[in-house]
Design a protein around this ligand. Structure first.
Ligand code: PDD
Length: 281
């Protein structure tokens, strides 16, 4: 395997960043994960739009222009012979003496890009079974709209989920509404067949997969409402699922102790998963 680190393609096993990198010391950086499908970066433009927004919100410079970034991503994918998989891109505020204030203006941002293959058949098989989620109190900062590498609450929540035999943890806000998962957006289908997900205005990352699923639902004539939903509503929903570049549409068949519907992935979740790549770019 090969990784791109600050201007060089290096063997993945030897790919290192400096101990004074601000990503390492302060989680002072942002990232993107894109799906690679049949050799293409899925929704690349939207991911790069979001990356630029995350950088802007943190007053960070882009490491290079978009065309150069795209070229390097493609080169990492090519060198790793990935047809189906994930590409990871991380930008930090660079290497400087440890000090909370931003480093000197001329400090170049640090860029790391990796790519790895995944097994689409194994993913489809997992999706046929569906997954379990647990719920945990929301304890993240207010700027979860920024795709920051500061993911400690997400790590702790997802580890707790794993220890309880679940794939994901849904954060629940003070009003009892589900915000999102540790690394996914959260959805339900109500008893009357309406697709529901939380508005992007607050409490969630504006998922690219989420946006594509909204567009797919419109194309399929599925009624859709953007509104918060509670854990109780989710537990008695007809269907539930999660979305992210890393899982596309993954049906949820258990929420805490509650089995969702008959415990099998629902028709709308399955249809959205099957058709996703017809509308993604
Ligand atoms: N996670 N919400 C959170 C907190 C996320 O970390 C992610 C993505 C999403 C879904 O966004 P998208 O559809 O653009 O992937 C929602 C990535 C995959 C990760 O951290 O691995």
């Amino acid at each position: 395997r090969v990784a791109y680190v600050n201007g060089q393609y290096v063997p993945h096993s030897q790919a290192c960043v400096h101990i004074e990198d601000r990503g390492y010391q302060f989680a002072d950086g942002v990232y993107e994960v894109c799906e690679i499908w049949n050799g293409n970066i899925v929704d690349e433009r939207r991911h790069l739009d979001r990356l630029e927004r995350s950088l802007r919100e943190l007053s960070m410079d882009a490491p290079m222009g978009r065309a150069a970034l795209c070229m390097i991503m493609r080169e990492v994918i090519r060198r790793n012979l990935v047809r189906n998989g994930l590409v990871y891109l991380q930008v930090t505020r660079g290497v400087a003496k440890r000090d909370h204030y931003f480093p000197p203006r001329d400090t170049p941002p640090a860029l790391v890009i990796t790519a790895r293959s995944t097994d689409p058949r194994a993913a489809d098989k997992a999706a046929e079974a569906g997954c379990a989620v647990i719920t945990v109190p929301e304890n993240r900062w207010e700027r979860v709209d920024i795709k920051s590498i500061g993911l400690l609450p997400n790590v702790l929540a997802k580890q707790k989920a794993k220890e309880q035999g679940a794939k994901e943890a849904w954060f629940v806000d003070a009003q009892g509404n589900v915000t999102e998962g540790g690394s996914t957006n959260a959805w339900i289908v109500t008893k009357d067949g309406t697709l529901v997900t939380r508005p992007a205005e607050s409490g969630i990352l504006r998922g690219i997969t989420r946006q594509v699923v909204i567009e797919l639902a419109a194309r399929e004539g599925i009624s859709f409402e953007e509104r918060p939903f509670t854990v109780e509503e989710a537990k008695s929903a007809r269907e539930a699922f999660i979305t992210a570049a890393s899982t596309i549409v993954m049906p949820v068949v258990r929420i805490d102790e509650a089995v969702v519907a008959n415990g099998h992935p629902g028709a709308i979740s399955r249809a959205l998963r099957e058709k996703f790549h017809e509308v993604s770019e």
